[in-house]
Design a binder for this molecule. Structure first.
Ligand SMILES: Cc1ncc(COP(=O)(O)O)c(C=O)c1O
Length: 452
């Protein structure tokens, strides 16, 4: 067979960093007996095949109730659909109820998951080779990959225990500008960041919007986990606080409904005037990019998700209360098991943070937590996790693990943490015990990224 030179492929295809998603998902296949803290897959114990047809029918009934003739519904379902989607009305209603985001349906584009929304937003906002994407670091691997695919340079801004420091963002923007480049956008997950679980406090949200205005930055707000806060603790989204049109909101139904639908959305209500003076929303303007990435999103998937939204009166926050309780129970099980195996005051050199929700927490250990260590942990101790260094954009996280607890039942979490404790105890330390910082979850939350 003829050989194809790897060097002639686009660098994003050969970049080892682009392999993180595959490596994490293949870990489970390679070590089927290991309990897996390595993925962020949602809980899937409540799915029922009958729901697929129920919700599709519910959406079709909704269209009929609105007076749409059957011939048109048939065409909508079977033909190529409108590029920006079918269910923008439903998503706009949901955004108002769930997030206090008040935008017209024309400001919404239905996408093939968050991932396509990110590709489209980045393609639109980063206009020249000198445009740089600032991103929280550590960050979800999907944003790094999207930027890499588009040859958009990405600059990490290290977060602390409370997420991104707005002043650090301003500093990074100025540093990029001092290099003669333009900081075009900032990516972050203000609610339960993947991989660290951090939440941006309200004052920092307000300040970040001021910084975005002062530094002429657009913010890409990614919010797949915001629904899974404890009762009464949900924070206002940046988009709901944004009065200056600085935020593009990137949503996903992967966690609030199911990832197999591969559905998400981009909210971009900023106005754009074309050459003839016609003013449209940025979401409408970006529809050219949507057409070229995927022509349109699956009408079938949109019918199912549309049916879920209609059936639950566009209130996914209420509809996912039971699911939120499942995740919170798992988070508590993980935190309790860690406290049991690594008691405060003992000399184990282990620290972790205490997220209030989401799918992930950060665990700091006294040795290099890289892929080789993870393989040893999975093969010899029956427990896998994700090296935090995979999520860092500027290096760092060498001594940290991301623990994803969303897809393990509490009993399995307790067993998994017991196995992890044995692995950690058996692994030689790289630093002398005297140099370890205090180790209680009350006294010293791990600062994701501060290790190494
Ligand atoms: C931070 C973050 N954004 C978005 C997503 C969902 O992306 P998609 O809708 O493409 O499945 C995930 C899923 O893991 C995530 O962790």
């Amino acid at each position: 067979m003829a050989r194809f030179g790897q060097d002639s492929l686009h660098p994003s295809i050969t970049d080892p960093d682009m392999d993180s998603m595959r490596i994490l998902s293949e870990t489970a296949l390679r070590f089927p007996d290991a309990l897996s803290f390595s993925s962020g897959a949602p809980y899937d114990g409540n799915h029922d095949l009958a729901n697929l047809s129920f919700y599709t029918d519910r959406y079709i009934k909704h269209l009929r109730d609105k007076g749409v003739p059957d011939a048109r519904i048939t065409r909508l379902m079977f033909q190529y659909g409108p590029v920006n989607g079918l269910i923008q009305d439903e998503v706009a209603l949901m955004l108002r109820k769930d997030e206090g985001i008040d935008v017209p349906p024309e400001a919404v584009m239905i996408t093939h998951g968050f991932q396509e929304a990110a590709l489209i937003a980045l393609r639109g906002l980063c206009a020249s080779p000198d445009d740089v994407l600032l991103s929280v670091s550590p960050a979800y691997v999907g944003i790094r990959g999207a930027a890499r695919m588009l040859d958009i340079p990405i600059r990490g801004v290290l977060e602390g225990p409370d997420g991104l420091d707005p002043e650090a963002v301003a500093e990074a923007a100025r540093a990029v500008r001092a290099e003669g480049r333009r900081p075009a956008a900032l990516y972050l997950v203000p609610d339960f960041n993947n991989p660290s679980g951090t939440v941006l406090p309200l004052a920092a949200r307000r300040r970040l919007l001021e910084v975005a205005e002062a530094e002429d930055l657009y913010i890409l707000e990614d919010n797949p986990y915001g629904l899974f806060a404890r009762d009464g603790e949900a924070m206002p989204t940046l988009k709901s606080l944004d009065t200056a049109g600085r935020v593009l909101y990137l949503g996903s139904f992967a966690k609030s409904a199911f990832p197999g639908a591969r559905l998400g959305y981009l909210v971009a209500d900023q106005e754009v005037a074309d050459g003839s003076g016609t003013v449209r929303t940025l979401a409408q303007t970006l529809s050219k990019a949507k057409a070229m990435y995927s022509v349109g999103s699956s009408t079938l998937s949109q019918a199912v998700i549309g049916g879920i939204l209609v059936e639950h009166d566009h209130d996914l926050r209420s509809a996912t209360r039971e699911l939120a309780a499942v995740y919170l129970e798992r988070l508590d099980a993980a935190l309790d098991a860690l406290a049991e195996h690594f008691p405060p005051g003992a000399d184990h050199g282990v620290e972790w943070n205490t997220p209030r929700g989401g799918f992930f927490l950060a665990l700091k250990v006294p040795f290099t937590a890289d892929l080789a260590a993870m393989e040893r942990s999975a093969r010899d101790y029956g427990v896998s996790w994700a090296p935090m260094s995979m999520f860092h954009l500027e290096g760092g996280g060498r001594h940290e693990m991301r623990l994803g607890f969303s897809n393990l039942a509490p009993e399995a979490i307790r067993e998994g943490i017991a196995r992890l404790a044995r692995f950690i105890e058996d692994t030689p330390r790289e630093t002398s015990p005297g140099t370890q910082r205090p180790t209680s979850r009350e006294t010293a939350p791990a600062t994701p990224g501060a290790a190494a």
